[in-house]
Design a protein around this ligand. Structure first.
Ligand code: FAD
Length: 319
């Protein structure tokens, strides 16, 4: 058994490094070691985890980990941590991370605080978490009372630390990967809409103000002019099927520098996905629409007139 340990894991490298910076703070408070757990088919530059705060990198490298089958990953995580005196496990709240965290928590007979926007430990070593509830309108403070404490952390909640020259240990673990109840038989690129949405610096978005799928061309032209990604409200994706993913409480939570909402009313469920946008611009023909309330710049007007005019003006400026 190792001494008290905090472990950080995400299959998304950038998120893994972000979690490490908070993990470092928590470990120092607990007097614990900080381990980065890294799983995959081929692990590149494990030292980066050390320069970003880890005392030790636990590596499991296996061709079976090239695609994500949650039961396989669950088994590997449990096996990799079996000799670790686990105090806290922090997992990146990606779709995969959330699936994994729930299963690992169940297997370890403990709880899981999901999508924490802040974490800390109290004097008894219990994990404290803050989570958004009611569509992001309320922050709920929670205490994890059972060890090991498990929490998931969404992307960009914490900033990754500046790399510093640190010493650390790299351990390649020999894990017997047996649990292959699920096999990935095919992976396909998603068609339209979501690619890179979470990371995009500019997002333009369609709501039910659009009357026809073909009209999305207007928005796509604006997006192309701005170098933006195209997103939408839930009905455009879930009801009309014009795109695959949407923005909001049940979809993507984004934090672009600029968000332009076109023909979107701005319900609490949509607003929850854009609360971290730096500048929100809305185009909506109803003066009283909620989206105007949460916007930095409001255009009260028809999207069919405003969007082409905006695109034209931007193109002229960029000449
Ligand atoms: C459990 C649950 C989870 C949900 N999760 C999400 C979520 O994650 N994301 C999400 O978006 N929604 C979510 N919803 C749905 C949400 O409640 C709203 O129904 C949805 O956000 C409304 O989408 P909208 O703004 O595009 O459409 P609407 O509310 O119909 O608004 C359309 C807007 O377009 C304007 N408009 C119409 N024509 C024009 C025009 N020509 N020019 C300019 N403006 C025009 C109208 O004034 C109106 O304000 C969820 C609902 C539930 C129950």
């Amino acid at each position: 058994m190792t001494g008290k340990t905090v472990v950080a894991y995400s299959e998304d490298r950038e998120l893994g490094l972000q979690i490490l910076s908070k993990g470092r703070e928590i470990s120092d408070k607990l007097g614990a070691k900080l381990n980065a757990l890294v799983l995959g088919e081929k692990i590149i530059d494990p030292k980066e985890y050390i320069t970003h705060g880890a005392d030790r990198v636990l590596i499991v490298e296996d061709p079976a980990l090239g695609s994500f089958a949650v039961e396989t990953y669950r088994g590997v995580v449990l096996d990799a941590l079996k000799d670790v005196d686990l105090e806290v496990l922090l997992i990146g709240a990606t779709k995969r991370g959330k699936e994994l965290a729930a299963r690992v928590a169940a297997a370890l007979d403990t709880g899981c605080m999901t999508e924490c926007i802040e974490i800390d430990v109290d004097e008894e070593g219990r994990l404290l978490g803050e989570r958004l509830t009611y569509g992001g309108s309320v922050i709920s403070s929670q205490v994890s009372t059972r060890k090991p404490h498990i929490a998931t952390i969404p992307p960009r909640t914490f900033k990754k630390a500046e790399p510093s020259p640190r010493e650390g240990e790299i351990s390649v673990l020999d894990v017997d990967i047996q649990d292959r109840r699920m096999k990935v038989v095919e992976s396909r690129e998603k068609a339209r809409g979501d690619a890179g949405l979470a990371e995009a610096p500019i997002v333009v978005s369609a709501g039910r103000g659009f009357k026809d799928e073909a009209d999305l061309k207007l928005l796509e032209e604006l997006a192309e002019t701005l170098g933006a990604k195209v997103g939408c409200s839930r009905p455009i994706a879930a009801d009309l099927g014009w795109m695959e993913e949407w923005i909001g409480i049940s979809g993507y939570k984004i934090s672009p520098k600029l968000y332009i909402a076109c023909g979107i009313s701005g319900t609490i469920q949509h607003a929850a996905g854009i609360r971290d946008a730096q500048i929100i611009v809305s185009v909506n023909n109803q003066e009283g629409a909620n989206i105007h309330e949460i916007s930095d710049y409001s255009i009260v007007g028809d999207i069919y007139t405003v969007i082409p005019a905006l695109t034209k003006a931007l193109k002229e400026r960029m000449k």
